[in-house]
Design a protein around this ligand. Structure first.
Ligand code: NG6
Ligand code: CA
Length: 511
């Protein structure tokens, strides 16, 4: 070999040696992160969490090859507060105005603090959200829906957003892409009101014969009719911009796939926020009737299918191995949440909350304990994790994983639980505050529920709220269904937890 050739080969090898480890490390250290977040999916709604009447093979595949958590919680039993916590790393009850928002609410996520998306942005990711938002838009309730609607997701860390503003049962029923309503005809401007009827379109209340799905009595889904379904709130205009329910999840899927497939040097963070199985449940035609459990079951099969399609998109773009996927839900299950859709009458023995008591809105376990799967075979060993984990911890955990510094005081309640999240530690949180009908403190296996006033069963939804004027104490290891109140048997424990909860919720305690 002549000298020059040897030198050249040496140089090439050297440069590869120099480049490879760094490149490899970068890939290992900075996977794409995809959070698939469902709306009102219960602890018992997936076959990998014990459902026998519903078969969810794609999500089961994530569970089988990933880490399936049995004690992962949202902070709250409804959507807005849970999402607020996930985005901000702060318990929602620390800030007023974080309850379920109407569709015209102003943005409640602070723009001057780091958010979950902001963590990824700081780490050099391209960040996106596709799907349900429900954290408000703009600076005030009164806003112009026909211009730039700001601030919104793009102002709290997302480079790209394709969302609907609130819930599928609330107006305006439109997509908003990067602050602007999609397909809006300027000649037909949108107006929204949650106070009084506007425009001359029929409402569900006055024209029930126009509905393709009846509203349940007294829930209030009988205002402006869009796509044959009565909504909460009134809107006028924006006729061409309104989505149809059957098509909407497919649009979200497509937008998510597009985002994933973009040619880019940077890893991505995608918050894929599905609307199913939240009401109104009006699945795509190909899923209607498929589950035999009414539209709620069909909507869950639709979620599973979408997950399968997303996995295919990752495979086809060569990113399957380098994408960390988290699958979860924003709060527990509900059957009748406002429409007559077969969820109650065709339940067929399905148990949406599994063995857990209560459901959405409740302070019992089914309100906040949700499916939670971490899938990243490269780093996370397959198995089952029983650690206590909360979605509020995602922010600090990913910050730790990505080496992003969080300004002190920004995310008071988010704990770095990366070791637990990635399956390297069997220890998670030692305690967690839950918030639904009442407040609760989970500490190790104990669960204390503070006394509160209110109906034991919410009449509209037929869900056990957990309200009781007596303090409640449960041993979750022996009694995950919260059947045996041990408050009298262990008065000391009860007092200890009551005091700890009081300290934490009064703002003087840190977990
Ligand atoms: C409730 C609605 C319910 C649903 C929920 C929000 C009534 C009686 N019920 O107030 O239909 O929209 O809010 O769900 O108005 S969540 O998952 O976004 O929190
Ligand atoms: Ca929800």
């Amino acid at each position: 070999m002549n000298r020059f050739f040897g030198y050249a080969i040496g140089l090439v090898c050297f440069s590869w040696m120099a480049v490879l480890p760094v490149f490899g490390q970068q890939n290992a250290g900075r996977p794409n992160v995809l959070v698939i977040y469902t709306d009102d999916l219960g602890y018992g709604d997936l076959s990998c969490y014990g459902a026998v009447k519903l078969h969810t093979p794609n999500i089961d595949r994530l569970a089988k090859n990933g880490l399936r958590f049995t004690r992962a919680y949202t902070t709250s039993a409804t959507c807005t507060p849970s999402r607020y916590a996930l985005m901000t790393g702060q318990y929602p009850w620390r800030k007023s105005g974080t309850g379920v928002l109407p569709g015209d609410a102003a943005l409640i996520v602070p723009t001057d603090r780091i958010s979950l998306a902001g963590v990824f942005k700081k780490a050099g990711y391209r960040t996106g959200i596709v799907g349900k938002w429900h954290l408000g838009l703009g600076t005030a309730v009164t806003k112009d829906w026909n211009g730039e609607i700001k601030p919104g997701p793009n102002e709290v860390g997302f480079d790209y957003s394709f969302i609907f503003p609130a819930t599928a049962d609330r107006v305006p029923t439109v997509f908003v892409e990067n602050n602007r309503v999609v397909a809006l005809d300027p000649a037909d401007p949108i107006e929204v009101s949650y106070k009084e009827k506007i425009g001359d379109e029929p409402t569900g209340k006055e024209h029930p014969h126009l509905l393709k799905m009846k509203a349940s009595p007294n829930h209030g889904h009988d205002q402006t009719i869009v796509n044959g379904i009565g909504r909460i709130g009134y809107m006028k205009g924006g006729k061409t911009a309104r989505w149809t329910d059957e098509e909407m999840p497919l649009t979200f899927l497509l937008k998510a796939q597009e985002f994933i497939g973009l040619d880019s040097k940077e890893p991505f963070f995608l918050f894929y926020s599905l609307t199913e199985p939240h009401v109104p449940r009006m699945p795509s035609t190909m899923f209607k009737g498929k589950s035999g459990l009414g539209f709620r079951g069909d909507a869950i099969l639709q979620i599973d299918w979408a997950v399968g399609e997303i996995l295919k998109a990752l495979e086809q773009s060569g990113q399957a191995e380098n994408t960390l996927i988290i699958f979860s839900s924003d709060n527990g299950p509900v059957l009748d949440d406002g429409y007559v859709d077969g969820a109650v009458t065709q339940l067929n023995g399905h148990t949406p909350g599994g063995e857990l008591r209560g459901g959405k809105y409740s302070i019992f376990e089914a309100g906040m304990r949700v499916p939670f799967i971490v899938y990243y075979p490269k780093l996370v060993k397959a198995g089952i994790s029983d650690v206590l984990f909360s979605q509020v911890d995602l922010l600090a955990s990913f910050a730790n994983f990505l080496g992003v510094k969080i300004p002190s005081g920004d995310v008071a309640d988010s704990q770095n639980q990366w070791a637990a999240l990635s399956g390297r530690s069997a220890k998670g949180r030692t305690s967690l505050v839950l918030h639904g009908a009442s407040y609760s403190l989970v500490q190790d296996n104990w669960k204390y529920i503070a006394p509160s006033k209110g109906p034991a069963v919410y009449q509209l939804t037929n869900i056990e709220s957990g309200h009781s004027e007596q303090a409640q104490l449960y041993d979750l290891s022996a009694d995950p269904g919260e059947r045996v109140n041990l408050a009298e048997k262990y008065p000391q424990k009860m007092k200890e937890l009551a005091a700890a909860l009081k300290l934490l919720t009064s703002g003087n305690g840190k977990q």
